[in-house]
Design a protein around this ligand. Structure first.
Ligand code: HEM
Length: 411
């Protein structure tokens, strides 16, 4: 889409986009799309004019007013001051200091994953990469390791609503789950207990119900036996029931889907730029700037939405109160007024003011954690010879810049 984004930045940097019906969804009211870096940052830093709460943060409106009400309880979909209150409850677990304390554990896990992939020789790198974020997330949340694939399944089913294959990428085997997860499963047998272990109902609604049943079972266990984990912080933080469920949902998706796409997306970008890959092998001290460039070039999240709280001017467009405003991180990251030669993949690019982690009050809480995981994986990959052995298969989504499969050989 980058050529289209370039043209839009030049011709209609704030453009009205109609929302025709897609599949079985009805048409939407349409939205303003924002393509330039400066405008994207302006929208993201101005929650007073562009709210995350009024209509939540996805292009598509929630199905029902009740769904909107629930999802608005999520930290991601709040404005100050509720947003700040919720963020304070969990922020301490994600500071650079807290993440540094986890670094050696993450590196060890990444080493084991890549060593196992190397023994197999030919792998689907998306599968390999997916395990690290989900394992790390389980560790931080206080989710038993045996249940971590549930996080992966739920996220696939919620994010994969536009892509049948993705939504069906279930890998959790009921027998391997903790007793707590099995107990939660009995509350929703129709979606957990399929003869082949797959969820019966592949769509997000059922995934959410499963996830919340599990979250409450875990909460009961943590109330009896609190730990130094995010779940225990959430329980001590005085959240409402909706805020609690939605926070669990937010972490399950945000800490998992993004890197599961970002790590393979970064590798694919390196494979498509062999000279840059060689240079990085020769000088691994470039890894931090290379990772920023991978994130600029392959933003795991392509857009987020806000809603205008009042009539407001943006660029040369007049936006009316209540209209949707969608910022395109993927376009902002290629803005020629900020990034010289924006379509050139330059692993030494400094400064690199990409917006892949967002900007303003909702700036990604997991950014340090994400960078640490990417560094851990790519440090292990650099000494290897890696060849792409088949098509990189993309996820059908207008939100997540996703890969479903990336077959590679490792030697
Ligand atoms: C928010 C991207 C990894 C947790 C965000 C936002 C973006 C983003 C763009 C801003 C949303 C908005 O403006 O409405 C990414 C990318 C990642 C990544 C590209 C990986 C490369 C993670 C990880 C976690 C995480 C590993 C950790 C568990 C969150 C949370 C928020 C958030 C909790 C909400 C913050 C708030 O509302 O204040 N992320 N993320 N993310 N991210 Fe990430």
């Amino acid at each position: 889409p980058y050529e289209t984004f370039r043209r839009l930045r030049a011709e209609t940097p704030v453009a009205w986009i109609p929302e025709p019906p897609v599949g079985n969804w009805p048409s939407g009211p349409g939205y303003w799309a924002v393509f330039r870096h400066a405008d994207v940052k302006h929208v993201l830093r101005s929650p007073g004019d562009f709210s995350s709460h009024l209509g939540a943060t996805q292009i598509r409106d929630p199905d029902t007013p009740e769904d909107l009400e629930s999802v608005r309880a999520m930290m991601l979909n709040q404005d100050p001051p509720d947003h700040s209150r919720l963020r304070r409850i969990v922020a301490a677990a994600f500071t650079p200091r807290a993440i540094r304390a986890l670094e050696a554990t993450i590196e060890e896990r990444a080493r084991a994953l890549i060593a196992s992939a190397l023994r197999q020789g030919e792998v689907d790198f998306v599968e390999v990469a997916a395990d690290l974020p989900v394992w790390t997330l389980a560790h931080i949340m206080g989710v038993p390791d045996s249940d971590r694939r549930l996080l992966y399944d739920w996220a696939s089913r919620v994010i994969g609503y536009q892509d049948d294959e993705y939504a069906g990428l279930s890998t959790a085997d009921l027998d391997s789950l903790s007793p707590m997860a099995r107990e939660a499963a009995t509350q929703r047998p129709e979606s957990f207990q399929h003869p082949d272990g797959r969820p019966v109902n592949p769509r997000s609604r059922a995934a959410l119900a499963d996830m919340f049943a599990y979250a409450h079972a875990l909460a009961a266990a943590k109330t009896r036996d609190p730990g130094d984990d995010v779940m225990s912080r959430m329980l001590a933080g005085g959240l409402t029931r909706d805020e609690f469920e939605q926070m669990f949902f937010l972490f399950a998706v945000a800490g998992n889907e993004t890197l599961r796409n970002g790590i393979p997306g970064g590798l694919l970008t390196l494979l498509q730029h062999p000279a840059a890959f060689e240079r990085l092998r020769d000088d691994p001290s470039l890894l931090p700037s290379a990772i920023e460039e991978m994130l600029r070039f392959w933003p795991p999240v392509m857009d987020f939405r806000r809603t205008a709280t009042r009539d407001v001017q943006l660029g040369d467009q007049h936006i009316t109160r209540g209209q949707k405003v969608v910022v395109y991180h993927a376009s902002a990251n290629r803005d020629e007024t900020v990034f010289p030669h924006p379509d050139h993949f330059d692993i030494t690019r400094t400064p690199n003011d990409h917006v892949s982690f967002g900007f303003g009050p909702h700036f990604c809480l997991g950014a340090h954690l994400a960078r640490t995981q990417m560094r851990a994986v790519f440090s292990e990959l650099l000494p290897l010879t890696i060849k792409q052995t088949g098509e990189a298969d993309r996820l059908a989504s207008n939100f997540q810049n996703g890969l479903k499969h990336l077959p590679v050989s490792l030697t």
